[in-house]
Structure formats: C-alpha cells, structure tokens
Write a protein that binds this ligand. Structure first.
Ligand code: GLP
Length: 258
C-alpha cells in the first residue's frame, strides 16, 4: 500500500485532489466512487476550483457514492445526496443522470435497489477510483466491523459507535437514521484503484490496524491490504499508531526521487 503522510489536513486534500484531477485529465469519462463525511470536504472544494479554472470537466464523469441513509425523503438536508449536491455536484458540470447513490425509500425492496446499483456500476465499466474515508472503528462506507469481507451493496444497521461519531452532524432531538444502504466490502475491492483519506488522532488506531493489523472483519479497512492499488493519504496525527511510519515516509520519499 502506498502511504503518503502529510503535515496537515490541507496537504492531505491537495494531494488527494491532484490524484483525482490527474485521473480526470487522463480519462475524462472515468467512473469515480465518492465518499461523504468531513474528511473529503476540502478535497471537493479543490475539485470545484479545478473545474472553475477550466482545468477539468466533469461532463463525461460518472459517480457512485459509497452509501446513503435508508428511507430518506428526497432532498432531505441530512441525506448524502444533499451533501454531494452542496459540496460538488451543483458546482461543477456533472450531468445529474451520471450521479448515483444507493438511495432506497422504505417502499422499495432494499435487495432490488442494491442489485440495480451493482448492475449500474458494471454497466459503466466499473469504478476507476474509489475515494474512502475511514470510521474510528475501521469501517469503510458503512461496512461496520463484522461485515463480510466479500459483501456487496446492501442494507446495514449502524453501530452505536458510528451513530455516536456522526451525531455531531445532527441537531439535538433531530431524527438520526440507524440504517443505511452501503456498497459492500467486495464492491469496494472491485474498484481499479482506491484512495483512502484520514486526518486526526481519532483515526490513528483504525489506520494502524488497516495497514499492519491482521486482515479481519473486526477492521473492514484491513482488507485493503489485499488490493493491488491503494493509496492512503493521511496527516501526521492519523499516523501516530503506525508502528514503522518512518519506513513509509522513506519509501514515499524514494518513490518521488526515482
Ligand atoms: C461515515 C461514512 C464513511 C466515512 C466515515 C468517516 O460514517 N459512512 O463513508 O468515511 O464515516 O467520516 P468523517 O470523514 O466525517 O470522519
């Protein structure tokens, strides 16, 4: 796994944005897997800047988000669709019909929605680059600890730990969904390339386990050790639990020299 340790969250966003900008330049009709959460917000701002400067266009790009809360009313301000519209989709020239999230109303069959989602990813040629954040408990998407490492898109129950970590985004007394549709771990592993971001000491244990822990569903992100093309872009705070972080820094510095 390529690990890039940056001084701070701003550098993490710049590094990650450059990887995505270069991909879009190389393959204007690429398929991006996208993530929500606080971590990628600055990265999305930089992508919007690159679009505004005329550096890249999203006119042929398709996107698939990792996850969406179950049974959200369309346009709900807590939905991940709303988040994506606010931070990216409404600010660039992406075609709305090329943006996908695993949206499922309570009236639909979750199995059917999940099946269609997987089929649409395949129909578009698969995901070229999957962007990921990581949960404090090592989850990717909403694949909580205990998720099958071969899982596909499906409905998941969120853990108390995840609900607690995400409660900061909800007003006091506001309804917080406890179920979500998420790409499976297997779906994520099918992406041609994975870019995982983490910032802050609260992510350091999960990052340590992801990189050098055993491959186990107790830390779903650990399966990324089996993926041939993963780049982890993290800040120094998120690196403190990596046993041999010096080695990763040396390796990255050599890579840049060669
Ligand atoms: C959420 C999302 C993940 C995200 C993670 C970290 O619950 N389902 O896709 O990566 O938790 O979020 P944040 O970036 O806000 O720490």
């Amino acid at each position: 796994m390529r690990v890039i340790i940056n001084e701070d969250a701003t550098r993490v966003a710049i590094e990650a944005a450059n990887l995505i900008i270069n991909l879009i330049k190389r393959k204007p009709n690429c398929v991006l897997g996208l993530a929500t959460g606080s971590t990628p917000i600055e990265l999305y701002r930089l992508l919007v800047d690159a679009f505004s400067n005329g550096e890249i266009s999203f006119s042929s790009v398709s996107t698939f988000n990792l996850d969406e809360y179950y049974d959200m009313t369309p346009g709900h301000h807590q939905s991940y669709r709303y988040f994506m519209d606010q931070h990216l989709f409404s600010k660039v020239d992406i075609k709305p019909e090329n943006t996908f999230l695993p949206e499922c109303s309570g009236k639909q069959s979750a199995e059917e929605v999940a099946k269609q989602y997987e089929m649409e990813i395949k129909r578009r040629g698969g995901i070229d680059l999957q962007l990921l954040g990581i949960g404090e408990n090592g989850h990717i998407g909403f694949n909580e600890p205990g998720s099958s490492l071969a899982s596909r898109t499906r409905l998941k129950t969120l853990t108390p730990n995840t609900l607690e970590a995400n409660s900061r985004l909800f007003e006091d007394g506001e309804f917080q969904p406890t179920l979500a549709m998420t790409m499976g771990v297997g779906t994520i592993m099918d992406a041609k390339q994975v870019l995982i971001l983490a910032t802050g000491t609260n992510k350091s244990e999960a990052i340590g386990n992801m990189l050098l822990g055993s491959i186990t569903s107790a830390c779903p992100a650990s399966i990324l050790q089996m993926h041939p093309h993963v780049t982890a872009v993290i800040d120094r705070d998120a690196s403190i639990d990596i046993e041999n972080s010096d080695y990763f820094e040396l390796s990255e510095s050599n890579r840049r020299k060669l």
